[in-house]
Design a protein around this ligand. Structure first.
Ligand code: GBH
Length: 466
């Protein structure tokens, strides 16, 4: 009954890594437990009007206390890997100096529990929860934050290095810089496009310094990476290629090119020059630090971006892209997720093939997923749209691999419904449903489907039932 006529299995490579991803602030709760200091997201969420429904990091998924049963859930799903992030303010409550042993001990317990279930830990050192004390000194606008990050990264790595060998420095510096300091829809909520580009540089510098620090102390088999959020950019009218170039520059190449040792893209530098000279923060040697070799690149993909040239070429484009002018961001079309993001699985294959040309290290899909409003009915969550999104996007990954792209793994975003940043708890991305009143977890149909994908190391060639 599960299969359709003509259905076959599309197999993934033998050692393909299957997992699910989360982030500390989105799931942990317990925001004042065991000496944790405040982060910029605690402050932002406590500021009226910033997060939908006035939602905060409490209780989230209460994962700080329920991690052991959550790891049990991962084991039930058959996951081979789990991507989590470490909360900097748990480890260094003020972002510098003294280590809070109780905070570090939580990640010890989490890692031990994963290993006891044969689940490979994949640790992200920064998924947006900057210690508030560092923001009070300028946050990512201040160069010093990059050095503090490298120190913090080295001490977390030193503690877990005997058990965790796969590491990510930053998750999506695009969001930290451009949403945090550009249009202010994320913490710390600063609206200053020039500062956003400067923050982008300090984040890349922080990555490079952390890679150097980890490399100096890591065993040779440790694998270091950064995770970027990419989008394929399209214009309907081929005459609007200039709009594609501009948005691709700020979405993708601003981060990719310096990591690839090419420095900041000349066209982006020219397009943003009217904001003032943000490159004054780029010091001699910084670009070499940023270009430190990594072992793999994390790819987060959700939706494509559609653009057109504005009728008025000097019009400043409202939205997250600092300094963008003369471009209209075209509304999404076709099937949309509950968040209003466009569903386009072919754009994912395009993206992976493009990255294969632009990147010389293996790729891992570190996030991919969709938000829809789910309900538990008789103990079941029939999330038809999310299941279809999942299977279609997995077929896109399979197609890219068949075309020669070196993709080593796929992590579903997210293991659990969780605190969806400015949208609070209103958007559910989990393959497992969370009832925020009872903290009950219910594996959604998409979760059961993902478990079958993992078990078979394959997706069905047609349809979505499996
Ligand atoms: C990721 O960011 C985060 O890493 C993760 O923490 C988060 O929970 C997850 O995605 C879901 O949001 O407005 O239609 O043009 C995603 C970065 C940037 C992707 C904005 C979608 C806008 C799409 N996002 N982008 S649209």
């Amino acid at each position: 009954p599960d299969t359709q006529v003509g259905q076959e299995l599309l197999r993934f490579p033998p050692d393909f890594l299957w997992g699910a991803a989360t982030a500390s602030f989105q799931i942990e709760g317990s925001t004042t437990a065991d000496g944790r200091g405040p982060s910029i997201w605690d402050t932002f969420a406590a500021t009226p009007g910033k997060v939908e429904g006035g939602d905060t990091g409490e209780p989230a998924c209460d994962h700080y206390r329920r991690y052991a049963s959550d790891v049990g859930l991962m084991a039930d799903l058959g996951l081979g890997a789990y991507r989590f992030s470490v909360a900097w303010p748990r480890v260094q409550p003020t972002g510098a100096g003294a280590v809070e042993e109780r905070g570090l001990a939580f990640y010890d317990r989490l890692v031990d529990s994963l290993l006891a279930h044969d689940i490979q830990p994949v640790a992200t050192l920064y998924h947006w929860d900057l210690p508030q004390a560092l923001e009070d000194r300028g946050g990512w606008r201040d160069r010093d934050t990059a050095y503090r990050f490298a120190e913090y990264a080295a001490l977390v790595h030193a503690r877990l290095a005997d058990r965790v060998s796969v590491w990510t420095t930053l998750n999506e510096p695009w969001c930290s810089a451009f949403l945090g300091y550009g249009n202010g829809i994320h913490a710390p909520g600063v609206v200053d496009p020039k500062a956003a580009l400067e923050a982008g540089h300090h984040l890349l510098l922080a990555h490079g310094l952390a890679v150097a620090a980890l490399r100096a102390q890591a065993p040779a088999d440790h694998r270091l990476s950064i995770v970027l959020n990419f989008s394929s950019v399209y214009a309907d009218d081929p005459a609007h290629g200039e709009a594609v170039r501009k948005v691709d520059g700020l979405q993708n190449r601003f981060f990719l090119d310096p990591l690839n040792g090419k420095g900041y893209p000349a066209d982006v530098v020219a397009d943003t020059a009217w904001l003032g000279d943000w490159r004054r923060v780029v010091r001699d040697g910084d670009l070499d630090v940023i270009a430190a070799p990594i072992d793999w690149l994390g790819v987060n993909y959700y939706s494509p971006t559609r653009v057109a040239l504005s009728a008025d070429p000097s019009r400043v484009t409202p939205g997250p892209f600092p300094g963008l002018r003369g471009v209209d961001l075209v509304p999404p079309r076709g099937e949309l997720t509950g968040f209003g993001w466009e569903v386009d699985a072919d754009a994912f294959t395009d993206l992976l093939q493009r990255l294969d040309r632009d990147v010389s290290v293996p790729l891992v899909v570190t996030e991919n997923g969709s938000a829809f409003p789910d309900e538990v009915t008789d103990g079941r969550v029939a999330d038809v749209e999310r299941t279809r999104y999942l299977v279609d996007h997995l077929r896109s990954v399979h197609t890219a691999i068949a075309r020669g792209v070196d993709v080593r793994g796929y992590f579903a975003w997210s293991l659990l419904d969780n605190f969806e940043w400015a949208a609070g708890y209103s958007q559910r991305f989990g393959i497992v449903h969370v009832d925020y009143t009872t903290q009950r977890r219910t594996v959604k149909d998409s979760g059961h489907t993902f478990a079958r994908v993992v078990r078979n190391n394959a997706v069905p060639s047609h349809g979505h039932r499996f």
